[in-house]
Design a protein around this ligand. Sequence first.
Ligand SMILES: [Zn+2]
Length: 50
Amino acid sequence: MEIDPVCKMEVDPATAQWKSEYKGRTYYFCSLGCKVSFENDPEKYTQAAS
Ligand SMILES: [Zn+2]
């Protein structure tokens, strides 16, 4: 399972409908809202994780 970096929910990459690439890594989201939040400010959500 992947972790949605916005809300920290677990997302199954096999069924995820929303994903985004950032700095060579693919991030998965539980909803379009989380994907939009991430793309508006990806640094905010990737600092702590990686
Ligand atoms: Zn989410």
